[in-house]
Design a protein around this ligand. Structure first.
Ligand SMILES: [Zn+2]
Length: 151
């Protein structure tokens, strides 16, 4: 198992937690100097907050932890390709690297539909790697929506 896969498994724990709470199963963790600094899981329904995506939750927690709104030298691991909102927040936070699991061909903003993280019009660019444990990450989403349809 690669280091990226190992961290992605940590993010998957939070995706599973989100599913247990009835939320779309997306999980994220933020790693700084080889240590897990913050975690996030999608909680838009519970918080009644359209911005409470896993990435935003993790970024907010990490910024408080570091007492710095710039998350320099951090890597964000997230089980689903970030959307436009999250990709924008990651650029503002100056995250160094983003690793995601499943691709989101409909609204993904990290290469699928938009490419916010690598848009040269920003003054900060983020290294990206997609498709890490993509099958496990995507299976959770498929199961969640399949189960929802059966309700
Ligand atoms: Zn998002």
């Amino acid at each position: 198992m690669t280091q990226d896969e190992w961290w992605m498994q940590r993010a998957l724990v939070w995706a599973d937690y989100a599913a247990q709470q009835g939320e779309i199963p997306v999980g994220a963790i933020l790693v700084h100097n080889g240590q897990e600094l913050a975690q996030g899981w999608n909680q838009t329904v519970i918080q009644c907050d359209p911005s409470a995506h896993a990435e935003i939750v993790a970024v907010r927690q990490a910024a408080k932890q570091l007492n710095n709104y710039r998350l320099l030298d951090t890597t964000l691991y997230v089980t689903l390709e970030p959307c436009v909102m999250c990709a924008g927040a990651l650029v503002h936070a100056r995250v160094k690297r983003v690793v995601f699991g499943a691709y989101d061909p409909k609204t993904g903003a990290t290469g699928s539909r938009f490419d916010v993280l690598r848009d040269l019009r920003h003054n900060h660019h983020i290294d990206c790697l997609g498709g890490v444990l993509a099958e496990s990450c995507g299976a959770r989403l498929k199961d969640f929506f399949r189960h929802k349809r059966l309700l």
